[in-house]
Design a protein around this ligand. Sequence first.
Ligand code: PLP
Length: 391
Amino acid sequence: MSKLLYLDHNATTPIDTSVCEAMLPWLKNEFGNPSSVYSLGRHAAVALNTARYQVAALVGADPSEIIFNSCGTEATNTAILSALAIDPDKRHIITSTVEHSATIKLCEYLATRGYEITWLPVDAEGKLDLAKLEAAITSETAVVSLLWANNETGVLFPVEKIAAICSRKKVLLHLDAVQAAGKVPINLKSLGAQYVSLSAHKLYAPKGVGALYVNRRARYTPLLRGSQEETRRGGTQNVASIVAFGKAAEIALTSLSTAPEHIKKLRDHFEQTLLSSIEGVRRNGSEGLRLPNTSNLTFSGIDAESALILFDQEGLCCSAGSACSSGSINPSHVLTAMGVSRDEARASLRFSLGRTTTEEEIDRALEIIPRIITKLRSAQPVGGSPVHSVV
Ligand code: PLP
């Protein structure tokens, strides 16, 4: 079995050792319900409070603005549905064609319930046209919901400018910061967004825990009704995972001053080497306005699904498109929205580095990838479509 070479940190991250240690007591002796009045319960309530401060600090929010929940997807669903509940006469939502499925699937569903959805396009670099955003806002618009950072290309949307437009037009703004948190500085105090989605498993904490930031002046309607989280999100809190989320946020905040620079250096070396040493390689997404860890590349003429299988045999994990119900890979909606052809999108791979990625790992990846690309290309019929039988 080859040693693991994990370059898929945008999919999920390994749990940091000290995050795991921080959560363990809450899975063992400290099993109290944070709503219970005796000491065991109060310990858990204090731990939740600490985590709320830690997560708030990572994004420059007040702890009272952080509502813990089950995941980034829940945060996004809650934010959009909450905005819609405020004024039932406003039945227009603005989002983009490159959002995460958490937003896309909800908006597609809402369209079937009579809501009007404006899908803002992006250009070839994955950038939004802010004039189009401004022009799309009408008196019927209930909410604008956009990514902070794209999970497939790493492209950063200009959130300050977006927030300024929404504030000028007096429309609610939800931002999906699931990929941005911990990778770029975030200061929600000065931003002016009403709702922001966060998820712990992109931050070296476990899956199945997230948070929604709700600006203290914003109106809000819960998705799950119950007494927890001050009635803002019902359901007994996942104490151990929330403690882990808090610890992970604390570490992410400390490492923001050094880690992104280190990761960017490795990513740029990785990307430049592949772009210059292999024929027919192209970067997807704006070079400058990107997360420091993400590299999305098209290797013309290959089948990304076959590449993933051959990489896996060498221990290398990365991503391509999204799995469809038959188990094969659909061309990425993000890349096709950027004008990449379906064939080129099917030949594209996302590599995402992490805090623990080393120079040695990048060197190993730079040995494996060109070799596999050559192998895949030599297995293609000249001028024909990619063959799957190579693997
Ligand atoms: N938004 C973005 C940009 C993501 O990348 C993800 C996860 O991949 C999500 C939302 C959903 O987060 P979760 O997996 O916690 O539901």
